[in-house]
Design a protein around this ligand. Structure first.
Ligand code: NDP
Ligand code: BG6
Length: 494
């Protein structure tokens, strides 16, 4: 289904996200026919660009990131426009009114407008107010939607304040809080795997599942985002949003029907059931780490404190591992081990469901563990691990696997996360966007962890290129378990 005719106004159009993700996503949607000819993009930022210089900048980005060329590239770029605005001065937004009107007329977009806030987060409360000062938020003529980039707040209090601020000018149905993990095909596939197969659902509970591991590992460091990252850390950057959303997909109840509200009701419900962690729980169940200089494949890699924009005495965590539980009938007593970090050995996001073993091992000293590994990225796929007889005499069992690689299904029209989410926002489908109650529940769970860290959370060192501090191994070893150490590719057995 195509997007509706509309004008997309991107605030922060001279920035990194716009040229690296948003414009390429729109280009690809256009290329595969998901945008009508009646769309336009109005870039907005303080930089003194004009339509021509903005087009040139975006054209170069598309050539670099998408290997775009030819008539398609020219045609797409002709839909791009730019208006310089002082983004924190409401009066200056007056310049947007004639520009947006002109684009609606030219492209017959019936007043439909999608605003995208891709600016520093300090402006997420300011932009809606400035738009409202010129009536650019009202839905008398066409719909008005606003996409809010992450981070949505800095903690529970600021997230709440931001919500109030945006709600003063936009209603909840107009607000699209983006979490690009929800746009990932394999995250959505988790739902299909769970809810469309009779095989898994009866086993998906505390009776059959021993524990769940969720890993969001990155091999890169903070690169040139040290300034931003130091005020954020792994907890705010990855855990509070992306990984808790993945956890919710693993743990939520099946919605009665698939629509934005019923799906988001179930997500919010399970996030509200996260067992609140007190100081004592955190002492035993949380490990924070920071990478230090090391040699990887013969090359010296800088430690976090040597990264550009990072204060030399920073205590920001680049790694965290947490054991948590969900207080409901399905999950009571089942540990969820969640970890994320920068400069780990490989880039991999995966969920591992560890099933309970047989009550009595018949064939060997210990029965093989059954695992379902859901690989979110890269090399997306699903692997079922179970025990079979070792060929030859006796009845010794060994672990074997049945693997499915998502690439085998992929069609050329598979959408990337930003493509999918932009298209959904243009269609008015908010299913894959975080609702206010879910964001609030995530912050409510994370706030005590942030407080604990601020007061007494020790940040352990780990060498770049390793699987985090040894304390994280001890955390999971308390229950006689070990972290899975995945390789980069699904097909290679580890
Ligand atoms: P950049 O710093 O590269 O860009 C910020 C943009 O905001 C620029 O276009 C800047 O242009 C504009 N801007 C407007 N007003 C101000 C102001 N008062 N101060 C500073 N800049 C201003 O950021 P990114 O593009 O990387 O990120 C944008 C948002 O998206 C951030 O909130 C970030 O957290 C989020 N995000 C980014 C990701 C990424 O991969 N880059 C990933 C996920 C989220 P000008 O100076 O011309 O006004
Ligand atoms: C972003 C974080 O939201 O997600 C980055 O700010 C992180 O620090 C990125 O690298 C990871 O996204 P992906 O899609 O590469 O797993």
């Amino acid at each position: 289904m195509k997007a509706e005719n509309n004008c997309i106004v991107i605030f922060g159009a001279s920035g990194d996200l716009t040229h690296r993700k948003l414009i390429p996503a729109l280009y690809n949607l256009y290329k595969i026919g998901r945008l009508t000819e009646n769309f336009s993009v109005l870039g907005v930022a303080r930089s003194e660009l004009n339509d021509e210089t903005f087009r040139e900048k975006m054209r170069n980005a598309l050539i670099e990131h998408e290997k775009a060329n030819g008539a398609m590239l020219d045609k797409f770029c002709s839909h791009l426009y730019y208006q310089a605005v002082n983004t924190s001065d409401a009066r200056d937004y007056g310049k947007l009114v004639p520009r947006i009107d002109e684009l609606h007329d030219k492209y017959q977009t019936c007043g439909n407008t999608l605003y995208y806030m891709s600016t520093p987060p300090s402006l997420y409360g300011v932009i809606p107010e400035c738009l409202a000062a010129h009536g650019l938020n009202t839905e008398e003529y066409g719909w008005k939607r606003i996409i809010v980039e992450k981070p949505f707040g800095y903690d529970l209090k600021t997230a709440h304040a931001l919500d109030i601020q945006i709600h003063r000018f936009f209603e909840e149905h107009q607000i699209y809080r983006i979490d690009h993990y929800l746009g990932k095909e394999t995250v959505q596939n988790l739902l299909v795997l769970r809810f469309s197969n009779g095989l898994f659902e009866p086993l998906w509970n505390r009776n059959y599942i021993e524990y769940v591991e969720i890993t969001g590992a990155e091999s890169i460091g903070v690169e040139d985002r040290g300034g931003y990252y130091d005020g954020s850390g792994a907890m705010r950057d990855m855990f509070q949003n992306h990984l808790l959303q993945v956890l919710a997909m693993v743990a939520m109840e099946p919605p009665a029907i698939i629509n934005a509200n019923s799906m988001r009701d179930e997500v919010a419900k399970v996030l509200h059931c996260l067992h609140p962690l007190n100081q004592e729980d955190l002492k035993n169940n949380l490990v924070l780490g920071q990478y230090v200089k090391a040699e990887i494949n013969g090359e010296t890699v800088a430690g976090y404190l040597q990264e550009k924009g990072v204060p030399e005495d920073s205590n920001t965590e680049t790694y965290m591992a947490l054991r948590c539980e969900i207080d409901n009938w399905r999950w009571a007593g089942v540990p969820f081990y969640v970890r994320t970090g920068k400069r780990l050995p490989v880039r991999v996001t995966e969920v591992v469901i560890h099933f309970k073993t047989t009550p009595h091992p018949v064939f060997s000293k210990s029965a093989p563990e059954n695992k379902l590994i859901i690989r979110i990225q890269p090399d997306e796929g699903i692997s079922m691990r179970f025990g079979l007889k070792k060929p030859g005499a006796g009845f010794e069992s060994k672990e074997v696997s049945m693997d499915f690689r998502y690439a085998d299904l992929a069609s050329p029209s598979l959408l990337t996360a930003y493509e999918r989410l932009l298209l959904d926002a243009m269609k008015g489908d908010a299913t894959l966007f975080a609702r206010t109650d879910a964001v609030h529940a995530c912050w409510k769970f994370v706030q005590p962890i942030l407080d604990y860290k601020a007061e007494r959370g020790r940040v352990y060192e780990y060498e770049a290129g390793t699987w985090g501090p040894t304390e994280a191994d001890k955390l999971i070893a308390k229950a006689g378990r070990v972290w899975r150490k995945p390789s980069g590719a699904m097909k290679k057995k580890v």
